[in-house]
Design a protein around this ligand. Structure first.
Ligand SMILES: Cc1cc2nc3c(=O)[nH]c(=O)nc-3n(C[C@H](O)[C@H](O)[C@H](O)COP(=O)(O)OP(=O)(O)OC[C@H]3O[C@@H](n4cnc5c(N)ncnc54)[C@H](O)[C@@H]3O)c2cc1C
Ligand code: SF4
Length: 566
């Protein structure tokens, strides 16, 4: 079915088909609402397109990244990345921000990292704890029932955490976690001997089959790189779960290659639909609906609003907060060669693709007592398994000796990737660049970005911790400890956890949407992606995006039922 074949306007237009858009489509169609999903990227079906088992050496450039395919040829990214042809963005002088855009049905869920920690009570009320940033209008208790349901819906494996500000999931919400690999066991033993906790990671990968009449998903068989996409549905992506399930209701129409350019409104200021550009023909179309859901991803959703409504001010921006309060996670990587792991017997330690364990932030008490010089937490995602060792751990030998050295060193390099919380600051925001348009004639975003001393100190602390763990293992540190923290930090946007720019709040004078993502100024416009976050956390955002999208979708469906859009 195409939009032209419809007999009546949809109840709801959903812009975007990633985590948030997928959840909206699933929930709203199950509630009986007719939805039109507009997705800028092309149609994509992992079951038809993904070769899960081809060796990386079969890929062009042996799988090395290029600007078109930042994570290599076999990675599921289609037409997306930090650079998208014909779709530029700009940076304010002195700012370095990299904006990842997916351009495919299912968005970033087709190739994401799948690490899905819950946020805790402090993460929703950061101002109350340390006087920085703002509190959310909702609390952990408001979101907890939705976390429970989302974990069961998408399939999350993991275990108890039992630490301050790391709420545990009820046991029935989680599938059993995989066993730690040998390098992970060593990291765990070493870190714990230093008083640093290590826990099973929470990962959106099935370790048990998930039967479903429409989109059955099988347990992970531990053998392939998940970022290519998963044809058996073991990793959560909307293209093998929510989208086919929503389509099966008969209530969902999906239009791909539909680049939405603005939200349309009537004289009363209510949303009437959207305008989109057909990416293949360049033709502009208008489609109507009773309500509009924006789930185009942080940045894109805000860009749409800035390009709608009043020129120069945008739509839903009476607070002036649209574009402000942008954050990304902080990031830095630390690696070491551990002689004790060299030459160990071979076994299959591929596992579920990502880390099996991680190090959650453990210093809230010390932070509260003022013993740390940074206000917000970080965690470590760890890695280490058999693979081709990098040249900097190999001796200068050739032929048979090199083969022997490679075998010996395989599986002896480990890494710890820091992900930390950034506090929103007034110098970090996005706005429309008045001088630049994309190939569709849509004005583009310009980003201003700056980390504060809190984030810089946090990176310095993380490096000290990681290096202390490596040293205790008898490891040789491979990253350069003499570089300044600023030099080793990922640039803004590189961790791809961008959040904020249309934050929620309790007061319409200082926020764009209410606690359900509903625009204060436009009551039939609901935002459902990371744009509405009032702040970030060191924990990855997507479980929270999904939980909030479920909560907002059910609220919207209830409003339809009560006649709000009759
Ligand atoms: C490599 C990688 C690893 C990651 N790892 C993790 C992780 O381990 N844990 C975690 O929590 N998060 C992770 N993330 C982030 C995670 O993918 C995102 O938080 C999540 O997918 C956001 O969901 P979304 O629905 O808001 O946006 P997206 O998934 O980006 O989907 C938005 C969709 O909207 C479409 N769109 C955009 N603009 C328009 C427009 N104008 N008109 C129509 N359609 C439009 C896009 O094409 C896209 O398909 C990772 C991301 C990447 C790329
Ligand atoms: S490792 Fe598991 S989740 Fe990842 S692609 Fe393979 S089967 Fe799917």
């Amino acid at each position: 079915m195409t939009p032209g074949q419809e007999t009546a306007p949809a109840d709801v237009i959903i812009v975007g088909s990633g985590a948030a858009g997928g959840m909206a489509a699933y929930t709203l169609t199950k509630a009986g609402l007719r939805c039109l999903m507009l997705e800028a990227g092309r149609a994509y079906d992992p079951q038809a397109e993904v070769n899960m088992l081809a060796p990386e050496s079969d890929a062009p450039l042996r799988g090395s990244g290029t600007p078109d395919k930042p994570f290599g040829y076999f990675d599921a990214t289609v037409d997306g990345g930090w650079e998208v042809t014909g779709e530029p963005y700009t940076s304010a002088p002195g700012s370095d921000f990299k904006w990842w855009r997916p351009r495919m049905l299912g968005g970033r869920t087709n190739h994401w990292g799948r690490h899905v920690p819950r946020w805790g009570a402090y993460d929703f009320k950061p101002f109350s704890r340390d006087g920085l940033g703002v509190d959310w209008p909702i609390s952990y208790d408001d979101v907890a029932p939705f976390y429970d349901r989302v974990e069961k819906m998408i399939g999350v494996n993991g275990g108890p955490i039992g630490l301050e500000n790391h709420p545990d999931s009820p046991a029935e919400c989680l599938m059993p976690p995989p066993k730690p690999r040998i390098p992970e066991m060593l990291i765990k033993a070493t870190a714990e001997s230093m008083g640093i906790p290590v826990r099973a990671a929470h990962t959106a990968v099935l370790t048990r089959d998930m039967p479903d009449p429409v989109a059955p998903r099988a347990a992970c068989y531990n053998a392939s790189p998940c970022t290519r996409g998963c044809t058996i549905g073991a990793m959560f992506q909307t293209t093998t779960s929510f989208l086919p399930q929503a389509k099966a209701t008969g209530k969902l129409t999906v239009q791909t290659d539909a680049m939405v350019s603005r939200v349309l409104t009537d004289k009363a200021g209510r949303a009437t639909g959207v305008e989109y550009v057909d990416r293949k023909t360049g033709m502009r179309h208008e489609v109507k609906a009773k309500a509009v859901v924006l789930a185009a991803g942080t940045g894109e959703t805000t860009r749409l609003l800035l390009n709608s409504g009043t020129p120069g001010r945008g739509l839903a921006n009476s607070s002036g907060e649209l574009g402000r309060n942008l954050t990304d996670s902080t990031g830095a990587s630390f690696t070491a060669y551990i002689p004790g792991l060299a030459g160990r017997p071979r076994y299959n330690e591929d596992g579920i693709g990502g880390q099996h364990i991680y190090i959650p932030f453990w210093l809230y008490e010390q932070q509260k007592r003022g013993e740390l010089d940074f206000a917000r937490g970080y965690h470590f995602e760890v890695w280490g398994r058999f693979g081709v060792p990098s040249s900097n751990v190999l001796p200068r030998v050739w032929g048979a000796d090199l083969k022997k050295a490679v075998r010996q060193a395989s599986g002896a390099t480990i890494g710890m990737a820091l992900r930390g919380e950034m506090i929103p600051n007034k110098d970090t925001y996005c706005e429309i660049d008045p001088g630049v348009k994309d190939r569709f004639g849509i004005p583009v975003l310009r980003f201003a970005f700056r980390f504060s001393q809190h984030e810089i100190n946090q990176i310095a602390h993380g490096r000290k911790t990681a290096h202390a763990i490596f040293t205790r293992m008898g490891g040789r540190i491979l990253d350069d400890p003499t570089l300044s923290p600023e030099k080793i930090m990922a640039a803004g946007g590189e961790i791809i956890h961008e959040l904020g720019t249309a934050r929620m709040g309790a007061d319409k004078r200082s926020s764009v949407v209410d606690g359900y993502g509903q625009a204060w100024d436009v009551d039939n416009l609901v935002l459902m992606d990371g744009a509405i976050f009032a702040s970030g956390a060191h924990k990855n955002p997507t479980l929270t995006i999904l939980a909030l999208a479920l909560r907002s979708s059910e609220r919207l469906a209830a409003r339809f039922k009560s006649g709000a859009f009759a």
